[in-house]
Design a protein around this ligand. Structure first.
Ligand SMILES: Nc1ncnc2c1ncn2[C@@H]1O[C@H](COP(=O)(O)OP(=O)(O)OP(=O)(O)O)[C@@H](O)[C@H]1O
Length: 298
């Protein structure tokens, strides 16, 4: 797991213990990357409880790319945080590769990249990528080699000795992705990682992410506000309804592998067809219900 996402102690004191074998010993290679069963998350506050998620079911297969999209406040980040063991559900069960999320976290089964690249400004780019390996006791030479490999993969080999503030936003985000991949996780959890980037940079890093994901074989759960981004990247798009967040519809994309997802695909009728399908799923049957607020439809 990326070092940028420390586990909140208070969040870990929730009432429901995740299911599954306590040490993950029964986890199998055939297990889904993520299983979410009847999950709810209620936040208590002085002004009344907020039900962020209600009875959510979702399976993400190993190696699958799944995007979560929905109106602002529908619980996308909350769901991702539950998978990442940064929070606990108030109802239901989650597993990551058949293990409770806290075991998956200890096993470094997943890497995390969020909207803020979250790089440590006083460390070089290389040292940022090495950080999770350093925290988990990997030796110096192996860390160096892995960081060099990853920086090569994200096209930043020449910037290893730079500080993060010497890089553009897109480059910083690529460093964050390299760091998330440092421990070769089987699952990447990404919360609007490209939300702050300009459109051209964003399209470039999307293509790069598809390539990296194809090379690593990792499953990805990707939160976004952009319908075209979700369609371009995903095998399936999970459309959530306004609060309390529920899975409204799952739209299959089936636009092929990373190699098929070229720049030309963005102009293709198949692509527009899937964009339309996601848009329709977001709006639902009642156009007055405001379900698509906060979603970028372009
Ligand atoms: N720690 C918390 N305490 C209280 N309420 C919270 C907390 N975290 C999230 N919420 C509430 O839960 C709901 C879902 O929030 P969440 O951030 O998951 O939504 P989201 O779909 O990711 O939103 P956005 O698209 O705007 O980023 C919101 O109403 C939010 O205010």
């Amino acid at each position: 797991m990326s070092a940028t996402a420390p586990t909140s102690r208070s969040a870990r004191s929730g009432p429901v213990e995740p299911v599954g074998p306590p040490d993950g010993s029964a986890a199998t290679a055939a297990a889904a990357a993520v299983e979410v069963r009847g999950v709810s998350r209620r936040f208590a506050s002085r002004s009344g409880d907020v039900v962020a998620l209600s009875d959510v079911d979702l399976t993400v297969r190993a190696g699958e790319f799944v995007s979560l999209i929905g109106p602002s406040g529908c619980g996308k980040s909350t769901l991702l945080r539950l998978i990442a063991d940064l929070d606990r559900p108030t109802g239901g069960e989650l597993t990551v590769f058949g293990r409770p999320p806290h075991v998956a976290r200890q096993n470094h089964d997943f890497g995390i990249a969020f909207q803020q690249a979250g790089l440590l400004p006083w460390r070089s780019v290389r040292a940022n990528v090495e950080l999770p390996l350093e925290l988990h006791g990997t030796g110096r030479a192996a860390r160096r080699a892995r960081a060099a490999e990853l920086l090569g993969l994200v096209g930043l080999a020449d910037f290893a000795d730079h500080r993060p503030d010497q890089l553009s936003g897109g480059m910083q985000q690529r460093v964050a992705i390299a760091r998330a991949l440092a421990e070769s996780p089987s699952l990447l959890l990404m919360d609007e990682p490209f939300g702050a980037l300009d459109e051209m940079t964003r399209e470039h890093v999307q293509t790069e992410l598809l390539r990296l994901r194809a090379e690593s074989g990792a499953a990805v759960v990707f939160v976004t506000h952009s319908i075209p981004e979700a369609v371009y990247l995903s095998d399936r798009v999970v459309v959530m309804s306004a609060r309390p967040g529920r899975v409204r519809e799952i739209v299959p994309v089936a636009l092929g592998s990373a190699g098929d997802r070229t720049e030309e695909l963005r102009e293709d009728d198949q692509f527009f067809d899937r964009v339309r399908a996601v848009r329709e799923a977001l709006h639902g049957t009642d156009p007055a219900d405001g379900t698509a607020r906060g979603v970028d439809q372009r």
